[in-house]
Design a protein. Structure first.
Length: 230
């Protein structure tokens, strides 16, 4: 997959791209990431990418010309998907991440300031939010999308099983897990996990997964039921 990021702070991505799974995916040729500076497409000598809104109001807006020209320069085909990260977008979830992981090229536009010129929305395919809160800009959400998508690309993780059983993959939260020691300050590992009975272990995990989801995220249970009806 090719992952292009349009931003006015390209240095923001330098360290994260050199860490962990993302670094290994790049080194193994499973992922290519290129960071593009929107300022390179500004029309004035000051490389201005923001301006005050028509009609007045607080803050500044991302200008339409450099942002759209950056999109045009990076887009290489009709199959490319352009995403604008914004609090007004659809909430990112595991299903969306899985869909995006199957693309050949993903272009992510990072907003800044008070927001973007509304006309920029005419040149993107999708708007994504990572939560009901406001950040300083779109760089952090762009990294969240990158990580959630990258780990789902075939070959990136060592174990496909870990993807299939983790939280949200089957509509439920993941079951509790334990490792050594078996007893820590009186907190013991459930005996069923030490039994060697894989059928009972699988049954326990399913029950605990449902129990934890009901306690912490009950709305997921309802969502799962609606999907089964469809």
């Amino acid at each position: 997959m090719k992952y292009d990021v349009l931003t006015i702070f390209p240095e923001f991505f330098e360290s994260p791209l050199k860490q962990g799974i993302i670094r290994r995916a790049i080194e193994n040729g499973l992922l290519e990431v290129e960071i593009h500076n929107i300022r390179d497409y500004a029309h004035d000598r000051h490389k201005t990418t923001d301006d005050s809104p028509y009609g007045g109001g607080a803050g500044m807006l991302m200008k339409v010309e450099p942002t759209v020209e950056a999109i045009d320069a990076v887009r290489s085909g009709s199959d490319d998907k352009v995403i604008l990260v914004t609090p007004q977008g659809v909430p990112l979830n595991q299903e969306i991440a899985r869909e995006l992981s199957g693309l050949k090229k993903l272009i992510v536009v990072c907003g800044r300031y008070e927001g973007v010129d509304e006309r920029i929305r005419d040149f993107v395919d999708m708007e994504i939010s990572i939560g009901d809160y406001v950040l300083m800009g779109g760089e952090t959400p762009a990294l969240v999308i990158l990580e959630s998508v990258t780990r789902l690309i075939s070959g990136v993780l060592g174990s496909q099983k870990s993807i299939e059983t983790e939280s949200f993959s089957n509509g439920l939260l993941e079951y509790p897990q334990y490792t050594r020691p078996g007893n820590f300050r009186g907190l013991k590992v459930p005996s069923v996990l030490l039994s060697g009975n894989h059928k009972e272990i699988e049954k326990w995990r399913q029950q605990e997964s449902q129990k934890r989801t009901l306690e912490r995220r009950p709305e997921l249970i309802g969502r799962q039921s609606k999907q089964k009806e469809l």
